[in-house]
Design a protein around this ligand. Structure first.
Ligand SMILES: Cc1ncc(COP(=O)(O)O)c(C=O)c1O
Length: 492
């Protein structure tokens, strides 16, 4: 159950639980006759007392949403028996059935009111991006091609953009013809197009666990059966993957092999080659999502998995938001043959083609002589930010476990035992700080003991203040645990 409890809200916890079920029952996400989790199970999952869950269930029963059968459990009441529902409390919008089982990434990316320190979004602060360079290239593009302001792009993308991407990918040891490239509106759309084209209800999708939350939302919304595969220090556990291939028949593996979001790990060359062999043997597709590989702090990361693929099992996805311009929101999908044709059709249905102007700007940036310098500076700045963040974490708390990043812009942090990420987040919100709770990165329910923090989204001085606040809250909650039951944590 993905119930986000707000322990300091004016609405008591049992009413929040009750409201959660009312919303799901009213919107038909929970079906007539569906069983609710047992009181014991839910109280354990949410870290609240048995009495709190009992109160919530009693209220649901009194309001006619559920019925209880001795020895069997509590079930959603059949529609025809719900005459006694007090609909003054339900919003009529909730009864419109929807097809969005989870939108974790929406709640993450929505700007939170009163939040000053955003450690949650994996973006790069505008001060770190070379905005003067982006502006110069943008002006050149418009001056040289003013007519493009009155034109659409073709569905597969502008040829100049695709040529620029093809040349750029060659520097990453990936040789692809411009004709095999499809322009997309950000890597997020690339994942969505692949899911929409190839994944339907009950198809099996393998994903790293943890993984990028936005991808979980997409595959869940397709009704896929998601099988999580653990991530080791050198990327996905390939032995486990093979075992699971025998048990399930995956249609697709979604993987973020370089500076993985959220763990920051990089898949070894050996495992990259192994993955291609496994995909060939078991005949599944690999979607290789690569938005971070430019942002390395030591040696250059290995070539993409796609560069080892000779049989067309890998669809490669390059996003340009993380090192060129998030405002342009442009990415590129690389594949060939019928796979590409189907993806172009899906793209055409979605939006008829990405904006021409932003494709031209990204093409201009990729072709610019200054690109190498810009990337070198960005890597140095991010490396320093990462170092600063690690030093501050060490300095202000001895209770956090994490690895220093070798690239990307996030750190995956393990909290001390008994400090629950959701509760920590609520406490941090009171100090105007937010981060990403680790549970958002797992496709299945897990104990919420991890958080992901991004060290590139804030100006340097604010990053310092943010880490100090975060550590103060961790230390306080960790010691408070000894003295207070979970529902009566002290307020600040
Ligand atoms: C692994 C991964 N894939 C895709 C995206 C989405 O990127 P874009 O802005 O290109 O849509 C992100 C954004 O954080 C990401 O981390």
């Amino acid at each position: 159950m993905n119930i986000h409890l707000k322990r300091h809200s004016n609405l008591p916890v049992h009413e929040q639980i009750c409201q959660y079920f009312i919303d799901r029952i009213s919107s038909k996400i929970m079906k007539d006759g569906e069983r609710l989790p047992s009181v014991r199970q839910l109280s354990k999952e949410l870290g609240v007392s048995l009495v709190t869950v009992q109160k919530a269930y009693q209220q649901l029963q009194q309001r006619g949403y559920v019925e209880s059968f001795q020895g069997k459990g509590i079930f959603v009441k059949s529609t025809h028996l719900k005459e006694d529902i007090d609909d003054t409390h339900t919003n009529w919008h909730m009864v419109i059935p929807d097809y969005v089982p989870r939108a974790q990434s929406l709640s993450i990316s929505q700007p939170l009111r009163n939040i000053r320190y955003h450690l949650g979004t994996a973006c790069i602060n505008g001060n770190l991006l070379h905005t003067e360079w982006i502006k110069k290239v943008t002006m050149q593009v418009i001056e040289q091609h003013p007519q493009l302001l009155g034109q659409y792009s073709s569905a597969n993308g502008d040829m100049e953009f695709r040529k620029a991407v093809s040349d750029y990918l060659r520097t990453k040891q990936l040789s692809v013809a411009p004709e095999h490239i499809l322009a997309v509106s950000g890597a997020q759309q690339g994942i969505e197009l692949v899911a929409k084209t190839f994944i339907g209800p009950n198809d099996v999708v393998f994903m790293e666990a943890p993984t990028y939350p936005g991808s979980i939302d997409i595959f869940k919304s397709r009704g896929a059966q998601i099988i999580p595969i653990p991530v080791e220090h050198d990327g996905i556990d390939t032995k486990m993957l093979v075992k699971l291939c025998d048990q399930y028949h995956p249609k697709l593996l979604y993987i973020n092999p370089t500076f993985q979001n959220p763990t920051g790990t990089t898949l070894s060359v050996k495992k990259r080659k192994e993955l291609v062999d496994i995909a060939e043997s078991y005949h599944f597709l690999i979607l290789e999502d690569d938005p971070w590989s430019e942002l390395y702090f030591k040696e250059k990361p290995p070539a993409p998995i796609k560069s080892f693929d000779t049989s067309g099992h890998v669809i490669y996805l390059k996003g340009f938001s993380k090192f060129l311009s998030p405002a342009c929101r442009i990415g590129a999908l690389v594949t060939e043959g019928p796979l590409l044709e189907k993806l172009i059709a899906a793209k055409s249905i979605s939006d008829l083609g990405s904006p021409l102007l932003t494709q031209k700007i990204i093409a201009g940036l990729l072709q610019s002589k200054e690109l190498n310098n810009v990337l070198q500076n960005l890597r140095t700045d991010l490396k320093n930010r990462g170092k600063q963040c690690i030093q501050l974490l060490h300095q202000h708390s001895s209770q956090l476990t994490f690895r220093a990043p070798n690239g990307g812009n996030t750190i995956w942090v393990k909290l001390p035992q008994h400090v629950h990420a959701d509760l920590l987040l609520e406490y941090c919100h009171m100090k105007q700080l937010s981060f990403l709770p680790g549970s958002a990165c797992f496709p299945t329910h897990v104990p919420n003991q991890y958080i992901r923090i991004s060290y590139a989204g804030l100006p340097q001085e604010e990053l310092k203040q943010a880490i100090e606040i975060l550590c103060e809250m961790v230390n306080t909650l960790s010691s408070a645990h000894k003295y207070y039951p979970i529902e009566s944590y002290p307020s600040f």
